[in-house]
Design a protein around this ligand. Structure first.
Ligand code: FAD
Length: 318
């Protein structure tokens, strides 16, 4: 059976959800082979196996822990040359997209970025992309060499593989790693203790209606009562009220949680592009004509500064 390489996104062996989604998609086009670079392969291997990896190729070097991209491309290229896969799937993170682009260039093949679905085709894997703020869906395939495809998080639900067994771990043999870049300093961002936006089961987002950085505490309080991540519209981000890393939408992140709560967000098409596949959508907006109400499951017409704290209090009593 044709093999599909899946690049593993992890933190010291704790595999991140987008990788499990890739393994689920990879099973449609062949037998998944995971590539785990850096420490923690022992921890990661059983999880990868449960989600369908037939083998785990592993490599460790200090460069991998330093989040340097080019050494990872060196090792991934060696894995491709060893396996000759039908495709390489990589998560559509900032790092993933850089790795994928460099790898495709090295392989002399082609890249498809931000796919939302991948399927087997008669002439090779076919990727689906959602374009123009989700107004159109396109399908495409790479016509030369080993396709490298990056897939957006939350494009599919990760499913454990039936009858998955223990997986074999094999080292990837690679030549000298690139040394052109080195880490000169690090600063750690203070942890909010909230889940990662793209992986959260619940997201509470605020928009221009929040009316100031200081007022985002209202959104955060509801998010914390629900164990949710905080999102923001571009209007809120552009105003400097919340970081761009929390922006949801066409030029931000795509989320697909079980529950998405939009407060003070009008529902512009570019915002919808990043959240419309959420399972249940709730909007709080004081304008009953706001376009967001066209796509919600539950809508509250009201002032968010009344509704959101009341909701937070109610959640806290449960
Ligand atoms: P507004 O459209 O101004 O809506 C604010 C809403 O808050 C209104 O509906 C108002 O009734 C309501 N409101 C005000 N006060 C209250 C209150 N006290 N209580 C309750 N409701 C209240 N946008 C994104 O979000 N993400 C993107 O990734 C993105 N990418 C873009 C890419 C491009 C190329 C372009 C052109 C635009 C992009 N945008 C994006 C911007 C998008 O078009 C909208 O401008 C933006 O989403 C509007 O944000 P908003 O809904 O917060 O603000």
């Amino acid at each position: 059976m044709a093999e599909v390489l899946v690049y593993v996104d992890h933190v010291d062996g704790a595999v991140r959800k987008p990788t499990l989604e890739l393994l689920t998609l990879a099973r449609r086009i062949g037998e998944p082979v995971a590539v785990h670079l850096g420490p923690g392969a022992e921890t990661a291997a059983p999880v990868l196996g449960e989600h369908g990896a037939a083998r785990v190729l592993t490599a460790d070097a200090p460069e991998f822990s330093d989040y340097l991209v080019v050494p990872k491309v060196d090792a991934l290229q060696a894995a491709v040359e060893a396996v000759s896969p039908v495709a390489v799937l990589v998560p559509s993170s900032a790092e993933g997209k850089e790795i994928a682009a460099r790898l495709a260039l090295r392989l002399g093949s082609g890249i498809i970025t931000d796919a939302v679905d991948v399927n087997a085709g008669d002439e090779g894997p076919v990727a689906t992309q959602s374009v123009f703020a989700a107004a159109f869906t396109t399908t495409s395939r790479v016509t030369k060499g080993v396709p490298v495809i990056t897939v957006k998080p939350n494009s599919t639900a990760p499913e454990p593989a039936p009858a998955a067994g223990a997986v074999e771990q094999l080292p990837v043999t690679f030549g000298e790693l690139a040394t052109g870049t080195k880490v000169v300093s690090r600063s750690e961002r203070e942890s909010t203790g909230r889940p990662e936006l793209t992986e959260a089961a619940i997201v509470v987002s605020g928009g221009r209606g929040v009316n100031g950085a200081e007022n985002f505490s209202v959104i955060e309080a509801l998010a914390d009562s629900l164990g949710a991540a905080v999102g923001a519209s571009r209007a809120a981000v552009d105003a400097g009220w919340y970081p761009h890393s929390n922006q949801v939408g066409q030029t931000g992140k795509t989320v697909s949680p079980q529950l998405y709560i939009a407060a003070g967000i009008s529902g512009a098409i570019q915002h919808r592009a990043g959240m419309q596949t959420s399972k249940t959508i709730v909007a709080i907006n004081k304008d009953e004509e706001a376009p967001i109400f066209e796509l919600v499951d539950y809508g509250v017409v009201g002032d968010l500064f009344d509704v959101v704290p009341a909701l937070t209090d109610e959640v806290k009593t449960r």
